[in-house]
Write a protein that binds this ligand. Structure first.
Ligand code: FAD
Length: 386
């Protein structure tokens, strides 16, 4: 029988993460962002509790769980107003790719630090000129004796200042065909020739985005993760987790906005009854709540398929979940701002501060348009337009 509720264990995990994160909360998070400080305390505490690397195999310091578990952690943090973008990247994308394709030595070298939060790993695929079209990336890796030499540029790379390493998607020359093929390299953030410049963003978050310049960075042979000829398949291993995590980030943020809005709508009274009794206020909140719950259901389905090893099924569901969650998050935040009236725009109430973060869930890590392209082509069989 299909069961549409999560296991008791998963629900308990959610309760525990929510309890931990509620000791920090939105005001703490926003204060850190506005003062240019980091959320390291929270990061290390979730790591110590075993939540950060909950999806990573136990023998490398993880919890031996699945993407569904780490996605639940990500969602509950966001629902408490503390969305941590680096959870999407470090344990979910990098952790999954290394656990699946790394050698025994590579797993021992990088996974424990990802799990205990002391060696966070950023992920870099986006380039200024390639953008959404990842097939056009030009960061290249050239062999020089036993070493690799990397050259290129990346943009919008999250958390480089908090990371020990970056999993960089580059291209190496195929010995047989001479063509460039995608390969993954772990690059230390303090490597000679690597420079990162923060991009001024309007997101209220302690986590920053960077432009990364890779200028003949020399790497040892074992910086290459996976088989040199493994190509895109290895990269794709990280993409379903990425979408599921991004969806969870978005539904968590949507839940947070709705909780704030409903609490306010029950209290605020300017006529005879609280504003929440007016359908013009209640209906958009109810609608947003339905959309968030639908997106959560699809996200849980995608995670279950991913954890069951059905990569194709998970791919379609993860894309749909990411789309639905992004839309639901944007609508929830919009309704929350409107519910607060003028207070919705103040720093004190902190609701407007969610707007840019919610819009980001429509753009990154894969845009709404590219998901619609995917569904049009793969689910509906329509021709490709680009
Ligand atoms: C906060 C934030 C954090 C990020 N973190 C990371 C990170 O850690 N690592 C990383 O590698 N990247 C990261 N990114 C980059 C992110 O993945 C890209 O911004 C995203 O994939 C879109 O690429 P682009 O910005 O180059 O937009 P473009 O590719 O220039 O696209 C612009 C617009 O055109 C649309 N478009 C493009 N092609 C098509 C098409 N064929 N059909 C229809 N519409 C199309 C897009 O959907 C978009 O709306 C981050 C971005 C943000 C905003």
């Amino acid at each position: 029988m299909t069961n549409f509720t999560e296991s008791e264990e998963r629900q308990e995990l959610r309760r525990q993460v929510a309890k931990l994160a509620s000791r920090y909360g939105r005001d703490w998070f926003a204060e850190k962002a506005r003062s240019g400080e980091k959320t390291t305390e929270l990061w290390l505490e979730i790591a110590k509790a075993g939540y950060l690397g909950i999806n990573v195999p136990e023998e490398y310091g993880g919890g031996g769980g699945g993407i569904g578990d780490v996605a639940a952690v990500c969602e509950e943090l966001a629902a408490q107003g503390c969305p941590l973008l680096m959870m999407v990247v470090s344990p979910a994308i990098c952790g999954t790719v290394i656990a699946r394709y790394g050698t025994e030595e590579q797993k021992q070298k990088w996974l424990p630090g990802i799990c205990d939060g002391t060696a966070t790993m950023a992920f870099a695929i986006t380039e200024p000129d390639a953008g959404t079209n990842s097939h056009n990336i030009t960061t290249t890796a050239r062999r020089d004796g036993d070493e690799w030499v990397l050259k290129g540029q990346k943009i919008y790379i999250s958390g480089v200042d908090e990371a020990a390493n970056i999993l960089v998607v580059a291209r190496a020359e195929d010995a047989r065909t001479g063509k460039l093929k995608p390969c993954l390299f772990v690059v230390p953030t303090d490597a000679a020739g690597l420079e990162a410049q923060a991009i001024a963003m309007e997101i209220v978050s302690p986590e920053k985005q960077f432009q990364v310049f890779i200028d003949d960075v020399r790497l040892p042979a074992d910086a290459l993760v996976g088989d040199e000829d493994g190509g895109l398949v290895q990269l794709f291993a990280g993409l379903n987790p990425e979408r599921i995590m991004a969806a969870s980030f978005a539904t968590g943020l949507g839940r947070h906005a709705l909780e704030r809005a409903t609490a306010y709508a029950k209290e605020r009274t300017v006529w005879k009854a609280p504003i929440g009794s007016h359908q013009a206020i209640a209906h958009p909140l109810a609608q947003a709540h339905i959309e968030v719950e639908l997106a959560r259901l699809m996200t849980q389905k995608a995670a279950a398929l991913c954890d069951a090893g059905d990569d194709m099924g998970a791919g379609e569901a993860a894309n749909m979940a990411k789309y639905a969650a992004g839309e639901a998050c944007v609508n929830a935040v919009d309704a929350a701002v409107q519910t607060h009236g003028g207070n919705g725009i103040t720093q004190e109430y902190g609701v407007a501060g969610l707007i840019v973060a919610s819009r980001t869930t429509r753009i990154a890590p894969v845009s709404r348009e590219m998901i619609l392209n995917f569904v049009a082509m793969h689910s509906l069989g329509l021709p490709k337009s680009y």
